[in-house]
Design a protein around this ligand. Structure first.
Ligand SMILES: [Zn+2]
Length: 62
C-alpha cells in the first residue's frame, strides 16, 4: 500500500506542506496506537504519520 503524509519540507506556492509519498516505511506500535515513520520520496526528509490499525496492517502486509 502506498502511504502518503504531509511533508513539512515540500511546500506549495502558498508555503503550505504538501502530501507526498512516504518510502522506507516502518510501522511502530505503542500502547495499541500505530504510527509510520519513513522518508519523503520527493525530498528525502523524515516523515511521521499516525495510522489506524487497519492501515497499519495494510502497510505491513504490503
Ligand atoms: Zn518532502
Amino acid at each position: 500500500m502506498e502511504l502518503k503524509a504531509l511533508c513539512m519540507k515540500c511546500r506549495d506556492e502558498k508555503n503550505k506542506p504538501t502530501m507526498q509519498v512516504m518510502k522506507d516505511v516502518k510501522v511502530e506500535e505503542k500502547n495499541n496506537r500505530f504510527s509510520a515513520k519513513g522518508v519523503c520520496s520527493s525530498c528525502g526528509g523524515n516523515m511521521f504519520k499516525f495510522l489506524s490499525k487497519d492501515d497499519a496492517m495494510k502497510v505491513k502486509n504490503g
